[in-house]
Design a protein around this ligand. Structure first.
Ligand SMILES: Nc1nc2c([nH]c(=O)n2[C@H]2C[C@H](O)[C@@H](COP(=O)(O)OP(=O)(O)OP(=O)(O)O)O2)c(=O)[nH]1
Length: 317
């Protein structure tokens, strides 16, 4: 099944002066007709991604472009094909945008992108545009509470925008007090905050919940409303299917590299990660022995970004 050839597709994020992003509607008679997509198309043999994108946007929209930085490349399996959707920012463009192939066009404010029906490969692309690329998982508060909260404040000041509060085996009353203070700090920084495992605690503080894989089978549906994040840690395709079934917003998958905290586990490697990525449209953070320096390679394998304890927690080696 994974032997089937991978179709290479390149698409562009084109913005106007007000920051709206251009979507095109796939015309009737084509695969995925009626869905909205980032303009682009298939790479031809011998073409670079940049060259293919420039050609496609000239043909489809009548514009000339300067290709910008890679955003994310999403491997994705559809019923009749496998493709890798390589999405690039368009740094600059010249000309007048017009649908040269009869396709409808829409300039969409970023916060409305998710309300457009798109192919499944685009769901991680929209998440990569809108949501944080780093997901801090807190270490257990071994030292004093003040030291732990101070480290959290530093991480938030360093630009972490999404946090999972996690403290395996912490004494419940101490943990409740710490979560209270941590939620307060995250709210002050306008940072997305989830608590590991404890759905009641998430409800009490009106925050998100990050579920362990073992918790998923017992849940009939997502335990929190749509405006609260529900995430899960997954290691296998079966666990990913459970996360999809209950309606998780995103998942964490690993371990990608070896980690000192799980010395016996066989790491997935980036190829193993990408193989799982192909079979789901959920946004995925890669975890396990990774840090900020792996963000580009993570995005190149379809990850939303990196989840880590040590790499994003100030003061850990
Ligand atoms: N341009 C573009 N294509 C996308 C996106 N998301 C996504 O799944 N695709 C898929 C749809 C197509 O299968 C393929 C792009 O092929 P294409 O648009 O150049 O060619 P086509 O219509 O003849 O493709 P097809 O019907 O033969 O699959 O990538 C996206 O955001 N932009």
């Amino acid at each position: 099944m994974s032997g089937e050839a991978m179709v290479e597709v390149v698409a562009g994020v084109i913005r106007d002066k007000t920051g709206r992003i251009l979507l095109a509607r796939r015309t009737e008679g084509r695969d995925l007709a009626g869905l909205w997509e980032f303009p682009g198309g298939k790479r031809e043999p011998g073409e670079t991604p940049e060259g293919a994108l420039a050609r496609e946007l000239h043909e489809e929209l009548g514009i000339d472009i300067d290709c910008g930085a890679p955003l994310i490349a999403v491997p994705q399996r559809y019923p009749h094909k496998r493709l890798r959707l390589d999405v690039r920012h368009v740094a600059a463009w010249r000309g007048t945008v017009k649908g040269h192939e009869g396709q409808a066009l829409a300039w969409v404010p970023p916060h409305l992108l998710a309300s457009y029906a798109m192919p499944s490969a685009d769901i991680p692309v929209v998440a990569a545009l809108l949501q944080p690329d780093r997901y801090l998982v807190t270490p257990a508060p071994d030292l004093s509470d003040a030291t732990w909260l101070d480290a959290l404040e530093h991480a938030l000041a360093n630009g972490v925008r999404r946090v999972q509060l996690r403290a395996p085996d912490s004494e419940p009353r101490r943990w409740h007090t710490l979560v209270d203070a941590a939620v307060d700090a995250c709210r002050r920084h306008d940072v997305d905050v989830l608590v590991n495992g404890d759905i009641d605690l998430a409800r009490e503080f009106d925050i998100g919940v990050h579920l362990r894989a073992a918790q998923l089978p017992a849940l009939a549906s997502r335990p929190l409303p749509a405006d609260r994040r529900v995430a899960a840690s997954c290691h296998t395709l079966a666990e990913i299917r459970e996360a999809e079934r209950i309606g998780c917003d995103f998942i964490v998958v690993g371990a990608v590299a070896g980690t000192p905290t799980h010395p016996g586990a066989t790491p997935l490697g980036w190829a193993g990660f990408a193989a799982l990525r192909e079979d789901t449209a959920l946004p995925i953070y890669a975890i396990g022995g990774l840090g900020e320096q792996e963000l580009d390679i993570a995005r190149a394998h379809g990850a939303q970004g990196i989840a880590a304890i040590r790499a994003f927690w100030p003061g850990t080696p």
